[in-house]
Design a protein around this ligand. Structure first.
Ligand code: NDP
Ligand code: HSE
Length: 449
């Protein structure tokens, strides 16, 4: 009998339990693919007494001593599906330095301190795999890390958070407000009891950092990512988007290009944005994820699928386990971190984008000229202007520009400009007394298609 590859499984929750199930159900195929059986040496959890249903595993394998399990001599690979920064970082650094390859789904840790894991992997001569950390089941990271390594990626635009995509899709489909759509997402089990990480964009920002690091061969952390969530997106914003032939998505956008001094740099941002309904990302509904990659030679590529959930995430974890186990048996290593480019991060103010601004203004002579003057002062070029009477009641304004009372609604869409100039324009507009309120400000992306 071939010597098995022994796994330490850290965590047995939503993802970990599915990893256990798949290891059991597909044992014969996995053995054939790896060249040796995959055997669970131990499972670290927080609560030994937790009811885990009909899990096909010996209860004696459970322990609360994760570090002790990682250090055991009979452990070959460490699979971490616990999450969070500590103690996960200490466990994984310990494993990697000892030459034990790691498979992790921990996007928070990779985005906060992926460098510590990569350094430990290099030190110990071990592999670090993390396909499940971004976009769940979608085979995206290996494509960036290996398949596209001969190309030059210029931009990655993605919907990488299923919860917020579900909420925004529901708002678009039904006209519901944010709170109503969040309640629905919670009822259906998409949103967690504390949805902060999702709706405030922290989860997407962590994934954006990981994507940018791989795409541009440089270290990007969550702290480098400009982040805005979707809590401020209103039903009126969604209606404005529709009137423009657009939909609103929480996008992660990572791009490579020159900064204001001409030096090559990386810009990484997460924020809600309008995209035209004809854009490939616009039709990505419910809790699905999709990532659009632009590369010099390959052109445009689209990756689509389930970005979360126990089984889809476990599928990605299992793929990594097979790869790490094969390498272990062959005594070889996977491609190590590629961060040679060491590019600086471009500030958000230098990101080039377009704005859609909906203003509630006094309807009298000179107002349009005054508003246009503000744009001109900040060197922002206006692409389109629409004016409509302000709606008179709740039944009014379901289509076309939507306002919240006042004399007229101005809807202005700009040409591209640096984000700092657009933000300064909006700031000055807010201070004009002819502007009763600014009903909505949203970035517009993907308008060139
Ligand atoms: P869960 O909360 O469902 O499970 C976490 C597991 O970790 C539980 O088994 C828990 O033990 C265990 N655990 C927590 N603290 C400790 C500790 N100190 N020592 C030992 N074990 C501990 O998380 P998920 O399965 O949802 O997520 C796991 C990872 O996968 C996270 O990094 C997450 O970001 C990532 N991920 C999750 C996705 C998803 O759809 N759920 C999608 C993509 C990535 P116990 O069971 O006793 O409570
Ligand atoms: N909370 C995340 C989401 C889980 O909604 O996409 C996957 O990382």
């Amino acid at each position: 009998m071939t010597t098995p590859v022994r796994l330490a499984l850290l965590g047995c929750g939503t993802v970990g339990a599915e990893v256990v199930r798949l290891l059991h159900e597909q044992a014969a195929d996995l053995t054939a693919r790896v060249g040796a059986p995959l055997e669970i040496a131990g499972i670290a959890v927080r609560r030994l007494g937790r009811d885990r249903g009909e899990l096909p595993v010996d209860p004696a394998l459970f322990t609360t001593d994760a570090l002790g399990l990682v250090k055991r001599d009979d452990v070959d690979l460490v699979i971490e599906v616990v999450g969070g920064i500590e103690p996960a970082r200490s466990w994984l650094v310990e494993a990697l330095r000892a030459g034990k390859s790691v498979v992790t789904a921990n996007k928070a840790l990779l985005a906060e301190d992926g460098g510590a894991l990569h350094d430990a992997a290099a030190e110990g001569g071990a592999d670090l795999y993390y396909e499940a950390a971004v976009a769940g089941a979608i085979p995206l990271l290996r494509s960036l890390r290996e398949s596209l390594h001969g190309d030059s990626i210029t931009r990655v635009t993605g919907i990488v958070n299923g919860t917020t995509n579900f909420i925004l899709s529901a708002m678009d489909a039904t006209g519901a407000g944010f709170t109503e759509a969040l309640d629905e997402a919670t009822e259906l089990g998409y949103a967690e009891a504390d949805p902060t990480a999702d709706v405030e964009g922290f989860d997407a920002a962590a994934k954006a950092a990981i994507l940018a690091s791989l795409a541009f061969h440089t270290r990007v952390t969550a702290a480098h990512v400009h982040r805005e969530g979707i809590t401020e997106v209103t039903a009126a914003d969604v209606a404005s988007a529709k009137a423009m032939g657009c939909t609103i998505k929480l996008l992660c956008i990572a791009s490579r290009g020159p900064d204001s001094s001409g030096a090559e740099s990386v810009s990484v941002r997460v924020h809600p944005a309008m995209i035209p309904v004809g854009h490939p990302l616009a039709s990505v509904g419910d809790a699905f994820n999709a990532v659009f990659v632009e590369a010099d030679a390959a052109g445009e590529l689209m990756f689509y699928g389930r970005g979360a959930g126990g089984a889809p995430t476990a599928s990605a974890v299992l793929g990594d386990i097979v790869a790490a186990a094969r390498n272990h048996l062959a005594g070889v290593r996977a491609p190590s971190e590629s961060a040679y480019a060491a590019l600086p991060i471009r500030p958000m103010g230098e990101a080039v984008t377009r704005y859609h601004i909906s203003l509630d203004v006094a309807d009298r002579p000179g107002v349009l000229a005054a508003v246009a003057g503000v744009f001109a002062r900040h060197d922002v070029s206006i692409a389109t202007v629409r004016q409509a009477p302000a709606p008179t009641g709740p039944a009014d304004g379901a289509t076309g520009p939507v306002g919240r009372g006042g004399d007229a609604i101005l809807v202005i869409v700009t040409h591209t400009a640096p984000d700092a100039a657009l933000a300064a324009t909006v700031d000055e507009l807010r201070r004009l007394d002819i502007v009763r309120s600014i009903a909505s400000v949203l970035r517009v992306e993907g308008g060139d298609r």
